[in-house]
Design a protein around this ligand. Sequence first.
Ligand code: ZN
Length: 489
Amino acid sequence: MSDNNQNSIVDIHTHIFNLDYLPIEGILRANGIGKILAKVLTKIISAVTGNTDFNREEIRLSFEDENYTQKFMKMRNTELLEDMVLRMPIQVIDDKDTQEALDEFLELNEPTLEKSERFSEKIKLMEPNSEEYKFYSREVMLDFLNATLNKSESNRKAKRSIDFDYIKWFLFMTGNEQKIINILLREYRHIDHFVFHMMDADYLFKKGRPSKMLFSKQIENMEAVIQKYGDRFIGFIPFNPNRKKSLEYISEAFTRGYFKGIKFYPPLGYRPIDDKNAKYKERIDELFKKYGDGTVPFFTHCTPSGFESIPNWSGRNANPIYWEERLKINLNLKVCLGHAGGDAGWFDDFNENDIFPYYNQKFIKDGKEIIECIRPYGKKVYELCTTYKNVYCEVGFLAHNNDPGKLNNFKKRMEYLLSKDSQKNYAFGSKIMYGSDWHILYNEGLEDNYDDAYNAVFNDSNYPNLNKAKSRFFVENAKSYLGIEEAIV
Ligand SMILES: [Zn+2]
């Protein structure tokens, strides 16, 4: 680390949950994977996902060195699948759905297959748990997974507007919580406080069962993390408009006193105001009636895409115009607009006369591609941050860290906006915060020293306003957003 690096850093946006906390089946199905396949994949994934264990201090990492993430990112997905199949308990093979899926797979690939050559028939002839049985079933399973992977890769390339590698992210999340925390602490040891966000995606995907781990247990586990690490880990509890007792969970958790804020995630199919679903709307209104007075910080995803219940469509709920309407009612509402609206706008060529130029955003509705020419969400994010006392934003997962041209656009734009701070109700420099969106960073290989990239941006001596805002960006704004100015750092 160089000398001019920031001494104290709060990462306002991280995640430490694993796959047991997500409705995997529904996510797979929403992303075009068929019913049986999604069911089987969910079983395999659940079987290899590490069990919660906070008592063991060091969970062994697969790669016994400092550069776990770099090695992980460099591995091909097929290698990672092989690793998963080797870790897979053999009972998964005895499962009826698994055998049905493998039979179907073999028949599809070898149409001339005799009935006796089916997977389920062949293993009947083998001694259960014998080497032959294990070898044969793992081989077929690996072929099956690779074929699934290739198919979903080509689907993704054909359909998706952003390069979001679910497979790598999922494979990373097969680690247990302690392993995930260990990797975060090891690779970002100079970060003082990690604000982590739970996600509650249950009952928001159209199909499939809820997450493997009960929501009450998820909360209990995350409270155990906060107890174990003190204020090094600061937690946000998620709201879910389709969970009957969502508000109860939140208020009970606040009574126990471990969580500090509320996570709101519109791409999962809801919005902060005038939700089309009457039941959702009622619960959302109640949420803001109770917590919208500025005492509790909200954190919302704010880009037109993300972790969507309807891929390439439901991200539209994250449009900051809905927060603008909500703020008209809850003037003091404290909210951080995550990702500052998204890449668009922040990294494009900078022109003083048109700071956030229109761009083409791709959406898909009922299988049809729609290109809409829209203003980057960043424009509204900037407006809200400088108009309302308690609106903040954060830079997690803003790509192009490794592209000097794009980074220069970002610097020029930021410098210009910061130079206008004295004319604004609230200074933008007192609203922007450092956030990484770790472990979602695994998707674009941005996991490598994310804070260093922003250190370099804020240290560039060509931009005096950026230099001046640096410690506010890395720590002070986060403290006032979290309302713990005296208590930490
Ligand atoms: Zn996130």
